[in-house]
Design a protein around this ligand. Structure first.
Ligand code: SAM
Length: 288
C-alpha cells in the first residue's frame, strides 16, 4: 500500500523553478518518475556493480564520503529505483528511503526484497521538501541526482533538520554551467522533467546556509567526449537514449576510453580547480 503523499498546500508560494507552485512541480515529478518506474525491471539492477561503476566515479566518491555505514541510521533522499538504498543496507546501515514517486518506491522495495535487505529499510512516499521524520533523526543524509528536482532551499532545510548535529549530508548532483551539456539537455526534453534545474556554483552558498561547512568536488568534463561519440558517431538520439544511463549499462565497453579521459579530468582539475564549472557532476559534502 502506498502511504498518503503529503504535498504542498495551494497557499504555497511558487517553487524556485520557473514560477510553478511547489504542488504542481511535485505532481509533475511524480508523474514523470512513475512512468519511468514502469519501464524499470528491478531484476536487472545491481547495487554493488552500480556503487563501483568505473564510468561514474562521482557515485563511488559520494558513497565513500559517507564513511563507515555499519550500525548507522541513514536517509536516502529521492531514492529512485533504490540501488543506493540497497547498497547502504548491504553495508549494515538502517535506512529510510523517500521518494515522491510511488512507482519508484515499489521498484526500490522489490530490489531490496530480492537482495534480502528489506527488513533494514523503511520506504516512504514523501517529498524532500517536507520530510516525515523528527528533528535530528539521522547519522547521515544522502541524495544522488535528486536535489536538483526539488525546491533547493526547502530540501536543504529539511535535510539539516533531520540530521544529527555533527553529522554530514552528501549529494551527487548535475551542474548547469557547460553550454555543450545544456545544448544536449535542450534537445532531449523527453528524458528530463520540465522542472529539474542543474546546480550552479552559486547554489553552494545557498546549500551551506545553516551548516558548519561545505566541500565540493567536480567530475566529468573530458569524459563527455564519450557523449559526443554517442551523438556524432553512434548516432544515438539523446531524446530517446539517456547517455548518462548508457554509460553505466555499457560500462565495460567504454571503460578504457573513460578511464583515459577521467585521468585528463583529474589532472586538469588539480591544476585549474575553477574548470570544475565545466564539469557535468559535482559531489557536495555538508556538515551540520
Ligand atoms: C534522477 S532520479 C534519481 C534517483 C536515484 N537517487 C538515483 O540516483 O538513481 C530523481 C528522483 O527524485 C525523485 N523526486 C523528484 N522530486 C522529488 C521531491 N520533491 N521529493 C522527493 N523525491 C523527488 C524522483 O521521483 C526520482 O526518483
Amino acid at each position: 500500500m502506498h502511504q498518503p503523499l503529503p504535498i504542498a498546500s495551494d497557499a504555497e508560494p511558487p517553487s524556485s523553478a520557473g514560477g510553478v507552485s511547489l504542488r504542481e512541480r511535485q505532481a509533475r515529478e511524480r508523474a514523470f518518475h512513475d512512468r519511468w518506474a514502469a519501464e524499470v525491471d528491478a531484476a536487472e539492477l545491481d547495487p554493488i556493480r552500480r556503487a563501483f561503476c568505473p564510468t561514474t566515479p562521482e557515485t563511488t566518491f559520494a558513497l565513500r564520503a559517507l564513511g563507515d555505514l555499519g550500525g548507522r541510521r541513514l536517509l536516502d533522499l529521492g531514492c529512485g529505483s533504490g540501488e543506493t538504498t540497497t547498497w547502504f543496507a548491504l553495508q549494515g546501515a538502517t535506512v529510510d528511503a523517500i521518494d515522491i514517486s510511488p512507482g519508484m518506491i515499489e521498484v526500490a522495495r522489490t530490489l531490496a526484497r530480492r537482495l534480502g535487505v528489506e527488513d533494514r529499510i523503511t520506504f516512504h512516499v514523501a517529498p524532500g521538501e517536507a520530510l516525515p521524520f523528527a528533528d535530528a533523526t539521522f547519522d547521515a543524509v544522502f541524495g544522488h541526482d535528486c536535489l536538483h528536482h526539488m525546491d533547493l532551499d526547502r530540501a536543504r532545510d529539511e535535510a539539516r533538520r533531520v540530521l544529527k548535529p555533527g553529522c554530514r549530508a552528501v549529494f551527487a548532483e548535475p551542474l548547469g554551467h557547460n553550454p555543450l551539456i545544456n545544448y544536449f539537455r535542450d534537445i532531449s526534453p523527453r528524458t528530463r522533467t520540465p522542472d529539474e534545474v542543474p546546480l550552479r556554483f552559486a547554489d553552494f552558498r545557498r546549500l551551506r546556509q545553516g551548516f558548519r561547512s561545505l566541500r565540493h568536488r567536480e567530475f566529468q568534463f573530458a569524459t563527455l567526449g564519450l557523449f559526443l561519440w554517442f551523438f556524432a558517431v553512434e548516432r544515438s538520439d539523446p531524446n530517446r537514449v539517456r547517455y548518462w544511463k548508457k554509460i553505466i549499462v555499457e560500462a565495460e565497453r567504454y571503460r578504457p576510453a573513460f578511464l583515459a579521459l577521467d585521468w585528463i579530468d583529474r589532472a586538469m582539475l588539480a591544476v585549474v580547480p575553477a574548470a570544475g564549472r565545466l564539469c557535468r557532476m559535482t559531489v557536495i559534502v555538508i556538515e551540520r
